[in-house]
Ligand binder design. Structure first.
Ligand code: MG
Length: 158
């Protein structure tokens, strides 16, 4: 019997930070603020995976009070969550995520993101869906104050 989980995250956009999305560095004047690399897409995916397994959230596993996660690549979170799921006998059936951001266009980076996430979790990129939408100029993503992401994940017993 399979399980599903949901994840949501939002991060503020600031100058002087590299923009990391889906584990890929994207040229940008602004990046996402965070204790780690602020990769909003990976954080939503991480919470979806953890939720499906009935685990507590990413902030509990990797607290922003812990100096070892300062500036950390969020791919490390996914690697550790992948190991946790593996130990519990879960296999990732699929992941689907949506980025909500006015810019950049992620099309050129999509395959690199799926490859990076697939590598971190030890799954085929074909199991990973990534989409993006603007917020039509409305709210904090629309004003370019930040980005948000939503994700679902489905697990099956391996
Ligand atoms: Mg986050």
């Amino acid at each position: 019997m399979g399980r599903v989980g949901i994840g949501y995250d939002a991060h503020r956009l600031v100058t002087g930070r590299a923009l990391m999305l889906g584990g890929v560095a994207i040229p940008s004047e602004k990046g996402l603020l965070g204790h780690s690399d602020g990769d909003v897409l990976l954080h939503a995916i991480a919470d979806a995976l953890l939720g499906a397994a009935g685990e507590r959230d990413i902030g509990h596993l990797f607290p922003n009070s812990d100096p070892q996660w300062k500036g950390a690549s969020s791919l490390i979170f996914l690697e550790q969550i992948g190991d946790l799921l593996h130990r519990q006998g879960w296999a990732v059936e699929n992941i689907d995520a949506s980025l909500i951001a006015e810019a950049p266009k992620i099309g050129p980076y999509l395959e690199a993101m799926r490859a990076a996430i697939g590598r971190a979790l030890g799954i085929e990129p074909a199991r990973i869906g990534i989409k993006a939408t603007t917020n039509e100029g409305m709210g904090f993503p629309g004003r370019g104050e930040g980005m948000a992401a939503m994700a679902v994940a489905s697990l099956e017993k391996a």
